[in-house]
Design a protein around this ligand. Structure first.
Ligand code: G4P
Length: 523
């Protein structure tokens, strides 16, 4: 029983550069899953770039993303868990962390724009963890790049072998549909936003194809398919599961076209929960005992209740409500009376959850990102990587009477992973490092509204913060002496070098050959 429950789970994230169509695709999946009846029910959680970063606006939009953080539904015999990721680039760190809790990923690419910056970065994270990836080339109802060129671009830019499983016939106003290389049938395009469209099947070797799309296009399609079969090796599911080959689908999320093929193939080939590495050992999903880790903490947007939800990925066994579990970092036992699971826009209390599931645990500062829960075993799931931040500011207390509140607020916000804190060893000042400007606003707003503390930002001109280590203690010492004004500690007490320019960093790397400069915290 247990194994079957775990086997049927598909826990994944849909990721994309903003505007490629992630929200639209998610919505269509929910339509197929019966979670919503009409399109348009799911609001995009993306924060409009044009908005002059009005934080109240962001709060409101974030409120939506809180309830839709995880969407689950049954489809055929499968239990599908979609983990939502923030649409705004400034919350990229959140997205990277969510990727540590999924077993596979669907990347949406805009057919006209091809691979964009954020797509590239997201793929890097997937590669670091060998996460299986499926690519969906979206917006084929608009003028798109040549599909062969796109294949080359995906392969080169994302550094992964690709294998088309559907193939488009033209794009834009001339878009006729896609041929399914997996099932060997043709799906003709019928634009429709509201309903799940019927598939029109045509045998491409008959004249019916010529009748449907015209002689020229039919001949061209036959030629292209021959070429594809010649150029690309047969689709290798094992290669996909190892993260070496990415199957590619074409379609239009907005028109719900090509989405069903994608979903059907996805549930069939995507992995069920995979083994998870802890510091001590590898945890198998079908182990009878429950283990899990916290990968995300979301604050409640209601200012009257400063409670958070900690999102726990169940890594093995079965989680049950009201059963005591062991919080490894605090060395104490906790019991959860109202764990939640998520359905489209609703939250419900759950009695049990299996490996692969995500549960929301009400949290009042008990959890920190990366915390492990077990049935008593001393396990530590490997910390989630923090990336070297790109923007820095000194944080100063703006209300001397609220020093304690400020310290507590900063501490908890850092536990949630909102940003990273470094303490300059030279002047003792606190530096907050983020990946985007918005985080500074988020921190200031939340300190004020949730902790009754006020902060002030002061500029600090830094290029990068990187973690340093060396097998040569004398050289490390010499480096720290030479750069004493630029040395800081992170919250774990590790040495961090604050480089004020790319040139300085390069020189440091050249002058100190035995020092390793790390750009993610997991090394
Ligand atoms: P995101 O979550 O990745 O940011 O993308 P989202 O689904 O919100 O889509 C971004 C824009 O692209 C939306 O238009 C959406 O309607 C459009 N779009 C998505 N899929 C397709 C597609 O297959 N074909 C075409 N032609 N457009 C598509 P918008 O104008 O920003 O928003 P809206 O006013 O349509 O909601």
């Amino acid at each position: 029983m247990a194994n079957q429950e775990i086997e049927r789970r598909r826990t994944f994230a849909i990721v994309a550069h903003p505007d490629a169509g992630k929200t639209s695709l998610t919505e269509k999946f929910l339509l197929f899953g019966g979670q919503i009846q009409v399109a348009g029910a799911v609001k995009s959680n993306k924060i409009k770039k044009t908005a002059t970063s009005d934080w109240m606006d962001i709060e409101k939009q974030r409120g939506i993303s809180v309830t839709t953080s995880v969407m689950e539904f049954d489809y055929k015999d499968y239990k599908v868990n979609i983990l939502d990721t923030p649409g705004h680039q400034d919350f990229a760190e959140d997205t990277y962390r969510t990727l540590t809790a999924v077993d596979s990923v669907i990347i949406v690419v805009d057919g006209a724009k091809g691979v964009e910056t954020q797509t590239r970065k997201l793929m890097e994270v997937c590669r670091m963890r060998n996460t299986p990836v499926i690519i969906f080339v979206n917006k084929m109802d608009r003028e798109a790049k040549d599909p062969f060129d796109l294949m080359d671009e995906l392969e080169e830019e994302l550094v992964i072998q690709v294998r088309p499983l559907t193939w488009p016939i033209e794009s834009g106003p001339r878009f006729k549909g896609v041929y399914n290389l997996y099932e060997h049938n043709l799906n003709l395009f019928q634009p429709s936003k509201q309903v799940v469209t019927e598939k029109v099947e045509v045998d491409i070797h008959t004249e019916e194809l010529d009748n449907r799309i015209g002689r020229d296009l039919a001949d061209r399609l036959r030629g292209e398919l021959e070429l594809i079969e010649g150029v690309y090796p047969d689709f290798d599911v094992d290669g996909y599961l190892k993260g070496e080959v990415a199957p590619v689908f074409f379609g239009s999320a907005l028109n719900n076209f090509g989405v069903e093929e994608l979903l059907n193939t996805f549930v069939e080939i995507a992995p069920s929960p995979r083994p998870v590495k802890a510091e001590e050992r590898t945890v198998m999903p079908d182990e009878p005992k429950f283990t899990g880790f916290i990968f995300k903490i979301t604050a409640n947007i209601d200012p009257n209740h400063r409670s958070c939800i900690a999102f726990c990925k169940v890594c093995s066994g079965k989680f049950s409500r009201n059963v005591p579990y062991y919080h490894v970092r605090h060395d104490k036992t906790l019991r959860f009376s109202s764990p939640t699971q998520f359905m489209a826009q609703r939250k419900t209390t759950v009695d049990e959850a299996w490996a692969g599931d995500i549960i929301g645990l009400p949290d009042n500062g008990t959890f920190k990102i990366g915390d492990t829960l077990t049935e008593g075993e001393h396990l530590h799931f490997r910390g989630l990587p923090s990336f070297s931040p790109e923007m820095f500011k000194y944080i100063e207390n703006a209300d001397p009477m609220k020093q304690k509140q400020l310290a507590k607020g900063i501490d908890q916000l850092m536990d949630e992973g909102v940003a990273q804190l470094f303490v300059n060893q030279f002047n003792g000042r606190k530096i907050i490092g983020t990946v985007g400007q918005l985080q500074f606003e988020v921190i200031q707003y939340r300190l004020e509204h949730e902790y009754n503390a006020r902060c002030r930002w002061e500029p600090v001109s830094l290029y990068k913060a990187c973690w340093i280590e060396s097998d040569d203690p004398a050289e490390l010492d010499a480096f720290k002496k030479r750069k004493y004004q630029y040395m800081a500690k992170d919250r774990e007490g590790r040495d961090v070098f604050l480089a004020d320019s790319g040139y300085v960093l390069q020189m440091a790397q050249m002058d100190f050959k035995h020092i390793k400069f790390h750009f993610t915290s997991e090394f």
